[in-house]
Design a protein around this ligand. Structure first.
Ligand code: FAD
Length: 528
């Protein structure tokens, strides 16, 4: 069967074009049959181009597709009905769409069906169980819930919060769990895929299964980081911990990459008592450019980046270590100050270039929302986003800095260039996501925000630059992986998964043998 799936993929282009012809000719098996089956659902089915048009776009803004219908499910039984109706046809496929924040069409289904998971998102039945014993409190949340909904509900209602986040929270639970979900807490708790104890999944076979580490573990681990290939996550159980009231948010500037990485790696390797609660970092341009340069580092309008503090040896780019420490209202300010000085005293940042603010925990976690509002007002949020996310091992990150940050990207990218260390041991190797081999590896996120062409550069040029960077990493033999990967051929997917490819294919055969799910990932062709 594996050989069959691999073999048939080589003919995918042929198969896809036959499929398209068939669709155009109205030969969707028995078209009436699948449409008839969809009449059974409790939610809604829209064939209207207004809805299908929206589901044919994503945040990347570089792909457009035309789904046949958009289903807004009322519950997991609707999701199962949709998948079963698709099975009755020879060509139809279906994508769960979270909040459509993919870059390269991963949540799309051209001439297929899209399940709008947000329809199940605002469900008032978000169930939070607060434990009075030693066991963990948890929230049962819908796969279509946004993380910001989870945050508000858990913090405001119960004073509790998940442990691991993404930087931006208008992403769905099912969408990030299908990838990894990474932010400044991941060095301690692992990605979001390491912070879930139970899932309800509707598999590609149309079966609804509740799974966990001990019950149907094959499905549980397959789905986490599984790129939507094995099932639709309809519910997730997320462990909670006591939420802090406040966060001291600090940025420290470095002129030398080796000092920046030394301190970042030191902090993420320390015990909880000797470290911060959040660690990230970014590269910025050594200039007064308001977007890419010094002003992008300050945290408050009354702060000023004084370049006189920079050593004369500073190069074209500089580095910022971003850390945060949680605290509670009842803690004495002098205790917090002395804790911060104890932790910061060991670091070698440029003296005079330290910025900090105290913000509420909610404001800290919702910090990117403000940037979204500004970018929306200037039209940049809606423009195409040719983003590139990589995991690069510690072994190669210095060379990456020398060649990519200092040369290819020395002028900036119009948005954040994140670079911060993560620990492999916090990731569960049973999950489907693949990461570099070394214990310490860096998340590199090139989050390009440029005005639409012709005010900004043509998107094709930025995509070409991304390709150049990936080619460079491959040529130099870096230990690296794409995060939020996208490829055009199965050969590339095979290389991406490396030794984990047979496992990924086996999981596909087991849970979605007709390759119905998440066609936008372009991994497997539909089989009959
Ligand atoms: P979609 O883009 O809608 O879907 C992504 C994939 O998952 C698709 O293949 C889809 O079919 C599948 N899928 C969606 N829902 C389900 C489900 N319920 N069950 C099974 N499969 C499903 N990522 C990070 O790790 N850290 C960050 O800090 C971060 N910040 C971001 C900031 C912005 C502004 C943006 C646009 C993206 C960011 N991301 C980040 C990337 C984000 O994790 C991915 O885009 C992810 O796909 C979540 O987006 P979504 O919920 O919109 O999913």
């Amino acid at each position: 069967m594996i050989a069959f799936i691999e073999h048939s993929f080589h003919h995918e282009n042929d198969a896809e074009s036959r499929q398209n012809d068939a669709v155009e000719a109205g030969e969707q098996g028995d078209a009436a049959e699948w449409k008839e089956a969809l009449k059974e659902i409790q939610g809604t089915v829209d064939y209207d181009s207004i809805f299908t048009g929206l589901a044919g776009k994503d945040f990347g803004g570089m792909n457009r597709t035309k789904p046949l219908a958009v289903i807004r499910p009322a519950g997991s039984s609707d999701v199962a009905t949709v998948i079963k109706s698709v099975q009755t046809t020879p060509f139809l496929r279906v994508a769960a769409r979270g909040n459509g924040h993919s870059i390269n069409g991963q949540a799309m289904s051209d001439k297929g069906l899209v399940i709008d998971m947000r329809a199940m998102g605002d469900h008032p039945s978000l169930n939070v169980v607060v434990s009075s014993s030693n066991s963990l409190s948890y929230a049962d949340v819908s796969g279509g819930a946004l993380w910001e909904e989870v945050l508000k509900r858990c913090v405001l209602g119960y004073g509790l919060a998940p442990r691991s986040w993404t930087d931006y929270l208008a992403l769905t639970v099912g969408g990030t769990l299908s990838n990894a979900g990474v932010s400044g807490q991941a060095f301690r708790y692992g990605p979001q895929t390491s912070n879930v104890t139970e899932l309800e999944v509707v598999t590609g076979r149309g079966e609804t299964v509740i799974c966990s580490e001990s019950v149907y573990p094959d499905l549980f681990f397959a789905v986490l980081g599984g790129l939507g290939q094995f099932g639709v996550i309809t519910r997730a159980r997320i462990p909670l911990q006591k939420a802090p009231d406040m966060v001291r948010w600090i940025r420290l500037v470095y002129s030398e990459f080796d000092e920046f990485t030394r301190d970042a790696e030191f902090i993420v390797s320390q015990s909880k008592e000797n470290s911060f609660d959040y660690v990230e970092g970014f590269v910025f341009v050594n200039s007064d450019d308001p977007i890419n340069g010094w002003p992008s580092v300050t945290l408050d309008s009354d702060q000023w980046f004084n370049p006189d503090f920079l050593p004369p040896s500073s190069g074209s780019v500089l580095y910022c270590l971003e850390v945060a420490l949680h605290f509670h209202h009842h803690q004495h300010p002098s205790f917090l100050d002395s804790e911060i000085e104890r932790l910061i005293g060991r670091l070698r940042f440029v003296e005079g270039l330290r910025f900090q603010v105290d913000v509420s925990y909610m404001d800290f976690l919702l910090r990117v929302k403000k940037a979204e509002q500004q970018a929306t007002a200037s039209g940049i949020w809606e423009a195409p986003h040719p983003w590139l996310n990589l995991f690069v091992s510690k072994r190669d990150i210095v060379d990456f800095d020398r060649t990519v940050f200092k040369k290819i990207l020395k002028g900036g990218i119009g948005g954040p260039m994140l670079v911060y260390p993560l620990l492999r041991s916090r990731w569960d190797s049973r999950n489907s996501v693949v990461i570099p081999e070394g214990e310490i590896f860096y998340l590199v996120a090139l989050l390009r925000f440029t005005p639409p062409y012709p005010s900004g550069p043509p998107v094709a040029d930025l995509v070409a630059e991304n390709r150049e960077i990936v080619r460079h990493c491959t040529k130099k033999g870096y230990d690296f992986k794409l995060y939020l990967p996208h490829y055009q051929t199965q050969e590339e997917w095979k290389q991406h998964f490396g030794s984990q490819w047979p496992r990924f294919v086996e999981r596909k055969v087991m849970f979605d043998p007709m390759a119905i799910l998440a066609p936008g990932q372009k991994i497997f062709p539909r089989t009959h």
